[in-house]
Design a binder for this molecule. Structure first.
Ligand code: DGL
Length: 247
């Protein structure tokens, strides 16, 4: 099985990391559209257009399955990608919702979703969670975390100021915090410290690994998979970041 993993840039490496831990796939093809990142500030038509172009890339690589690591793409382009592909495509939103409902038994639990502006404006998480009976869901766009993570800022005063900026007015402690953006797992330690132990963090990568385990009959037999990295610009930079983030 050859698995494709698509993201708007380097952030999807956080999802790839979780996928690698499953030992489900023999080969991985990661593609980041680094020339055009960020997607999270763009409009739907642009996100769909870029995503369909990325699909062409994965068609050429002849993958057997594609994981959309990017929440923004999962929010806007999943259906059209599925309609145009010959292989199964999984997005991270369905997986994130599944992981959240598995984690929280109480439907009155307070859930905070943080993501890019585009993902938040799609209201995909809120809608899907409400279909599952979870109504206490708040969504907040916290786009500044994306460039901060890309700068390698995973902790410290600057990040804490951003937490204060985005969360100071919260009047409750969330039971779950959905990290609905590829970059946010890299600041999960700091977020956990900020919110405290009571808040469960939901990570897209872990969620998709869980969904694959639950819904597909995959064997944990590939301990030495082949992993190839491709980018629409500066592939070397992506490879260098992969060395730091993945291993
Ligand atoms: N990969 C994007 C996401 O998960 C974050 C970066 C971007 O805005 O493109 O939504």
């Amino acid at each position: 099985m050859k698995l494709g993993v698509f993201d708007s840039g380097v952030g999807g490496l956080s999802v790839l990391k979780s996928l690698l831990q499953t030992n489900f796939f023999e080969e991985y093809i990661y593609y980041g559209d680094t020339a055009r990142v960020p997607y999270g500030v763009k409009d739907k038509d642009t996100i769909v257009k870029f995503s369909l172009e990325a699909l062409e890339f994965f068609n050429q690589k002849q993958v057997d399955m594609l994981i959309i690591a990017c929440n923004t793409v999962s929010a806007y382009a999943l259906e059209i990608l599925r309609a145009n592909a010959k292989f199964p495509i999984l997005g991270v939103i369905e997986a994130g919702v599944l992981a959240t409902t598995n984690t929280l038994n109480d439907k009155n639990s307070k859930i905070l979703v943080i993501a890019t502006k585009a993902t938040i404006n799609s209201h995909q998480y809120k809608q899907r969670l409400s279909q599952e009976g979870y109504l206490a869901v708040e969504e907040r766009a916290t786009g500044l975390f994306v460039p901060m993570v890309e700068e390698g800022i995973f902790q410290g005063d600057f990040l804490n100021s951003a937490f204060k900026y985005y969360f100071d007015d919260l009047t409750y402690i969330p039971d779950a915090l959905i990290l609905a953006c590829t970059h946010f797992p890299l600041i999960s330690k700091s977020l956990q410290q900020y919110f405290g132990k009571q808040t469960r963090l939901i990570h897209s990568g872990e969620a998709i690994a869980l969904q694959l385990k639950k819904e597909y009959n995959l064997k944990e037999k590939y301990h030495n998979p082949k992993v190839s990295f491709f980018a629409s610009s500066d592939e070397e930079k992506l490879k260098n970041i992969a060395k730091i983030w993945l291993y």
